[in-house]
Design a protein around this ligand. Structure first.
Ligand SMILES: N[C@@H](CCC(=O)N[C@@H](CS)C(=O)NCC(=O)O)C(=O)O
Length: 205
C-alpha cells in the first residue's frame, strides 16, 4: 500500500496514526502542498479534488481520510480502533462524520487564517473569517466538551478512530490559535491522546 500525505495536515495524521496502531506496512509519500504538488497530473488522476491523503492499495484508490481509516481497520479483524459491534461502529462513524462536517470546518478556518496564510505569505488573517470560526468553534466544542465529562476516550474505554479523527484537529490548537482555553475536558482528553506512542510516532517531524 502507498499513502500520499502531508505530515502537518490533520487529515493525514489521523491516517498515519491508524496505520501505526494497526501495524500495517505502507509506503508513505509526501505531497508537498507548499509546492502545490497536489495539482500535478499524477495526483489529479488519483484525486480530482486535489487533496491528500490518498491511499493506493493495488489498483484500488481511496480518498477521504475517515474512509481510508475505516478501510485500513477492515484489514485487521479484532482491532480496537473500530470494534466489530454495529452500535460501537455507528457511534465511531457518527463522530467521524461530525469531525468532517462540523468541528473540522470550524478548526479549518483557524488553520487557514493562522497557519496557511502566514506559511504561504498570503497576508494577514481576515477578522470576519476568524469571527465566523469562533462562533462555529464554540458551538461544536461545547458539544465535545460535555460529551467528554467522565470519559477518557470518545467511544468506549479505549482509543478508537473517533479519537484519532477529532484529536488530529486538536494537535494544531496552539499553532492555529483555536479558542480552546475554556474547554477543560477537551484539553484533558487530548493530553491522554498525546501520551499514546502511536500518536507520538505519527507526529510531523
Ligand atoms: N475531507 C478530506 C479533506 C482533505 C483536505 O482538506 N486535505 C487538504 C490538506 S489538510 C489538502 O490536500 N488541500 C489541498 C488543496 O485543497 O488543494 C479528508 O478528510 O481527507
Amino acid at each position: 500500500m502507498k499513502l500520499y500525505h502531508f505530515p502537518i495536515s490533520p487529515n493525514s495524521r489521523r491516517v498515519v496514526a491508524t496505520l501505526h496502531q494497526l501495524g500495517l506496512d505502507c509506503e508513505l509519500h509526501v505531497v508537498d502542498l507548499r509546492k502545490r504538488e497536489q495539482m500535478q497530473a499524477e495526483f489529479l488522476q488519483l484525486n480530482p479534488n486535489h487533496m491528500i491523503p490518498i491511499l493506493e492499495d493495488g489498483d484500488f484508490v481511496l480518498w477521504e481520510s475517515n474512509a481510508i481509516m475505516q478501510y485500513l481497520c477492515s484489514k485487521v479483524p479484532g482491532n480496537s480502533l473500530l470494534p466489530a459491534d454495529a452500535k460501537t461502529q455507528a457511534d465511531i462513524s457518527r463522530w467521524q462524520f461530525w469531525q468532517s462536517a462540523h468541528f473540522g470546518s470550524a478548526c479549518g478556518i483557524f488553520i487557514s487564517e493562522n497557519v496557511i496564510k502566514p506559511a504561504f505569505g498570503l497576508g494577514e488573517p481576515d477578522l470576519v473569517e476568524v469571527a465566523k470560526g469562533e462562533e462555529r468553534f464554540h458551538r461544536f466544542a461545547k458539544v465535545l466538551d460535555a460529551h467528554l465529562v467522565g470519559r477518557d476516550w470518545m467511544v468506549g474505554d479505549a482509543a478508537t478512530l473517533a479519537d484519532f479523527s477529532v484529536g488530529s484537529l486538536l494537535a494544531l490548537a496552539e499553532m492555529a490559535k483555536y479558542p480552546v482555553e475554556p474547554y477543560t475536558e477537551i484539553k484533558r482528553w487530548y493530553a491522554g491522546i498525546e501520551k499514546l506512542s502511536v500518536w507520538q510516532s505519527s507526529a510531523p517531524r
